[in-house]
Design a protein around this ligand. Sequence first.
Ligand code: G3H
Ligand code: 13P
Ligand code: ZN
Length: 309
Amino acid sequence: MPLVTSTEMFKKAYEDHYAVGAFNVNNMEIIQGIVDAAKQEQSPLILQVSAGARKYAKHVYLMKLVEAAVADTGLPICLHLDHGEDFEICKACVDGGFTSVMIDGSKHPFEENIAITKKVVEYAHSKGVVVEAELGKLAGVEDAVKVNTKDATYTDPDQAVEFVERTGVDSLAIAIGTSHGAYKFKGKPELDFARLEKITNLLPGFPLVLHGASTVIPAFVDECNKYGGKLDGAQGVPEDMLLKAGKYGVCKINIDTDLRLAMTASVRKYLSEHPADFDPRTYLKSARQAIQDMVAHKIKNVLNSSNRL
Ligand code: G3H
Ligand code: 13P
Ligand code: ZN
């Protein structure tokens, strides 16, 4: 089974009102933990690689590890570039075997975002690769709760329609109140579901993407803190909100922070409880299991994507 694009995954997810998890990968243990959970749950999945991950592990290592995961599990895996910032990195990933790329032009003015996205779409489509773009700005923690900044930063529904029509992009990341990292909300978590519903209604059948969608599960934050971490005030998107988003045309939910927290909590705990152990295989084995358990939890409770292969 070769790597696949997300086209069929999104079609099924849209029709049956669930979402596909897109998990960030940086090394072998993370990849193994994720794919073992997907296999156990018979769930579709996307493995995504950021520019930082490519720099850390090198493109060729990640590519070969993901190919190994396909050979080992037989799963239909989509390999995606996360937050490509220019045409060059998108082209490098298309040429280097990825089946999906994100061109993130969200920091540019509307017309520039359209132009750069269109250029990537033309190239990627000519090679059978699909493209995700982003419109609107993901909230920083300061903006997240300020109602009057919503219209300036959140995705404008009419612009979303124009953007999709003019670029020919395959999926679109939208801003409705989520943000990256472990500190998403200062007060009560809130997403703009009215805006999401409007966008979904204006773009029927079109797959939307939610970035910054980790829940920052308190038990893992507490575990990190218990063993020497310092993550005070961390807060993420509640699971019921993510499940709801999956019913409103959101076909791809991005998760990185929750994997980092699970892995780090596990390593901190293991080393603290086994101070004489310095074999990387022991604490990385426990970290890999923590990733697997976290991904299985997401598939069952957030994505609703078990038994969808
Ligand atoms: O959205 C960003 C992802 O969490 C990847 O983060 O750029 O530190 O690899 P990174
Ligand atoms: P989190 O930081 O909420 O995990 O979001 C990850 C993400 O959006 C990767 O693109
Ligand atoms: Zn993101």
